[in-house]
Structures are given as C-alpha cells and as structure tokens.
Ligand binder design. Structure first.
Ligand code: PMP
Length: 420
C-alpha cells in the first residue's frame, strides 16, 4: 500500500510552520538532515524527564534504567538493519564511524597479532570512488598518509554510475580495504554492492559502506549485504543529531584496536598500561549519548511501523516524477542517473546560465528548502565540470505537490534571471 505523505506530515511539528512571509514550508533537504516526528522528540524528552543518568556507572536505580534504555536502543537499531546488538557501536555520526575504522587501522601497527587484518603499509592499497562524500574520502587519504599505503578510486560514467570497467585491475591482491558509498548523496546512485563485495571477498579486502543515505531510505539487511562495516547517522533517519552507528561484523570488531581511549572502554588499568573491553564497549569511550540513542531507537520504530519498503517505493515515485518534470524545462540538466533504476531520492541539477546559489535563493524565497553547493563531494563536481549543483532530496513526508513547488520555483528563477 502506498504512503499518505499528507497524513505523515502531521507527525512532524516543524513541517507545519510557515516561512518567508507566511508561505508553507516545502522541505526538500532531508539528505542534509531529516525532520523529526513527535515520537522521537517525546522519547528523548521522556528519557531526560524520568530516567536521566550515566549508563554503565553508578549503583542507583536511575543508572540502571539509563543502562537499560541505552542497551535496548542498541538492540532496536541492530534489528532495524538485520544485525545483532554486539555489532552496533554508537558514534557521533557517520563521519566519526568512518574515522573510527581509519584510525583503528593506523593503530593496528602497534597492536597484537589479532589486528593483522587491519594493518596497512607501503605497497597496500585502499580503494574508494570518485562519488564519495568527503567523510568517506578524507579519512582514507589521511590513513594513506599515516601508513604509506596508496589510495586508488573507481571513476564515474557520464550518466553518474560507478565505472566498473577496471574492477578487476583496481580491486586486486594489494587492496586491503574498499570504502564505498551505498547511495550517493549527490547523484542518488546506488552502486552494485553485491558484485563489488564478491570481488572484495575473493581478494581478501575489507568492505566498508557509507550508508548515510541508504539506511534512512531503503531496506538494508547487513546479514545479506556482504559488507564488513557500515556507517550511518541518526539525524538523517528522523533521529536526533549527535548519534551515529558503526556496524561491524562481530569477529572483526573483536580483532579491531580502539580509536578513542579513556573511560568505559577499558578492562584493567594500571599506571604502566591498560587492557581493553570487548566490543562494542571498546569503541565507546566516555559517557555515551544516551538520550540520542533512545531517540534513534524511536526513529527506527517509527520507520519500521511504516515499512522501509514503502518508504523506498514512495521516494522512487517522487524521483520518477521529479525527473519527468525537470526534464520538461529547457536548460535544466540533471547530474546523475536519469532513471529510477538503482537510484535513491537525491536529485541534483544545474540550470543553464544561473548559478545554483541563485536558484537556491529564489526557491528559498518561495518557501522551498533545497541545498546548493558541492554537497561535501567536491570531486563529483570536478568530474562533471560544474562548480556546484542545486539538490532536492526526498523523504516519506514529501508529496508530489512539493515537487511541483520545486519545478515552479526553477521556472521562476529562469524568468527572474531572464533565461526562461
Ligand atoms: N556520507 C554521505 C553519503 C552523506 O550524505 C553524509 C552527510 N551529508 C555523510 C557521509 C556525513 O554524515 P554526517 O555529517 O552525519 O557525519
């Protein structure tokens, strides 16, 4: 059954507000951060009002309740992606989750023999792609700088897909790790992960997926995906900011050295040296983001209640309509796949002779919130020879009428700048 976004909108208090002189808000920037349903806001508030304490510490009732709330949130998030609680590490966001793996790999140099799988050095290769968000590019560049390993990357085809012509040459016996987006935040592209996972497994490389844009928008089942690590952010999936997730296969987490060190992640501490707790605690130094974890679990419950298949199908229909409507406007060029096949709900485009910032400003004056710029994926703009794009991103609360507002706004921008 299809979604009723007008009904869903009622669950999101912010979507009822008006902007720019009383215009209804048309929010097309969920790829940057999603709006929050009342259920999430209330879950966080209830935690602070009734159970707030530092989990895993203290002998009192509140500490016990906070621990129970935090660990139960972990179980909910695990089940949302088909994993087990011991495989869920809470982080600040996707960026921190990816840095965690990159720094753990540097730290593997001085860790015990169990960390062998994570060691990299001169002659080893890390493979990424030209469509990565900076969060899944810069940490690997830095890892290469620290260790002497070499960074390589898949290029892109003219229609915004990964160019896999050189798959076998790029993904070879020297490759220690492949870090790829599971859904591009600019192009919308969903790469053929199965094929890449199969090849990575064959050559013994680890596969890390940046799932910041996939877990919020499509059903993801880590037990079938073939990845070793998956990173995503709560705030892009209706949850709070300040909470993200690193999922890792249990045996890999067991063998992986820590990134941040300090309280909560230790086993025994002496003045000379310390030993570390098993995962996931080994990777959660300090007092964790308990209320945010509770809020994220409420977001998972909300999305599960609606059904991720339906969320995905709804966005697919919105993208199909957007591609069709934008295709009717002369001078508008979509950057990315022009069909909904293997594609998510991010539509980036340029408008001839009008800078994306100007398009964004006209849209904003009409109450339509989009993002403009390079979207933290600068190499994509270089690849397609453009300075920036205007990007609309969709979620379960968007309607076909929202797309019409976008299209009307683009036409108004053309009229305003004399290009229509
Ligand atoms: N990867 C992708 C594909 C993203 O879209 C984003 C957010 N724009 C990130 C990583 C980084 O997410 P965060 O800022 O929540 O760490």
């Amino acid at each position: 059954m299809s979604l009723l976004p007008e009904e869903i909108k009622k669950d999101f208090p912010l979507l009822a507000r008006t902007v720019r002189g009383g215009r209804p808000l048309v929010y097309l920037d969920s790829g940057a951060t999603a709006q929050k349903p009342t259920a999430v806001l209330e879950a966080e508030r209830a935690f602070y009002e009734r159970h707030n304490a530092a989990p895993h510490r203290g002998a009192h009732l509140l500490a016990e309740e906070a621990t129970e709330a935090y660990e139960s949130a972990r179980a909910t998030v695990a089940s949302f992606i088909g994993g087990t609680p011991g495989e869920i590490v809470f982080t600040k966001n996707t960026t921190e989750a990816l840095n965690l793996v990159a720094y753990a790999m540097s730290n593997a140099a001085t860790a015990g023999p169990e960390a062998e799988r994570f060691r990299v050095g001169p002659g080893d290769e890390i493979l990424v792609s030209e469509m990565e968000h900076h969060a899944n590019l810069v940490p690997w560049q830095q890892l290469c700088r620290r260790t002497g390993a070499t960074l390589r990357w898949f290029g892109l085809t003219d229609d915004g897909r990964l160019d896999l012509d050189d798959l076998d040459a790029l993904l070879n016996e020297r490759t220690r790790l492949v870090a790829l987006t599971h859904q591009s935040n600019v192009l919308g592209t969903v790469p053929p992960i199965e094929r890449i996972a199969e090849r990575a497994r064959r050559v013994g490389a680890l596969l890390v997926l940046d799932a910041a844009q996939s877990v919020p928008h499509q059903p993801v089942d880590v037990s079938r995906l073939g990845a070793d690590f998956l990173a995503f952010s709560g705030h892009k999936m209706l949850g709070p900011t300040g909470i993200g997730v690193l999922w890792g296969r249990r045996e890999l987490l067991e063998a992986m050295p820590p990134f941040l060190t300090g309280g909560s992640m230790i086993e025994v501490v002496r003045m000379e040296e310390s030993t570390f707790a098993p995962p996931p605690q080994r990777f959660e130094a300090g007092v964790p983001m308990t209320a945010q974890a509770v809020g994220l679990a409420a977001a998972c419950d909300y999305l599960t209640g609606i059904g991720m298949d339906r969320v995905h199908a709804h966005e697919e229909a919105l993208v199909a309509y957007t591609l069709e409507r934008l295709g009717e406007i002369p001078g508008v060029r979509v950057v990315g796949p022009l069909t909904t096949e293997s594609r998510g709900g991010a539509v980036s485009f340029t408008v001839d002779d009008i800078h994306p910032h100007d398009v964004g400003q006209v849209l904003d004056e009409l109450g339509v919130a989009v993002r403009v710029g390079h979207h933290c994926a600068w190499p994509i703009c270089r690849r397609y020879g453009i300075p920036a794009t205007t990007r609309a991103t969709f979620y379960l609360y968007n309607t076909l009428a929202d797309v019409d507002s976008l299209v009307d706004g683009v036409r108004k921008a053309q009229e305003f700048f004399g290009r229509g």
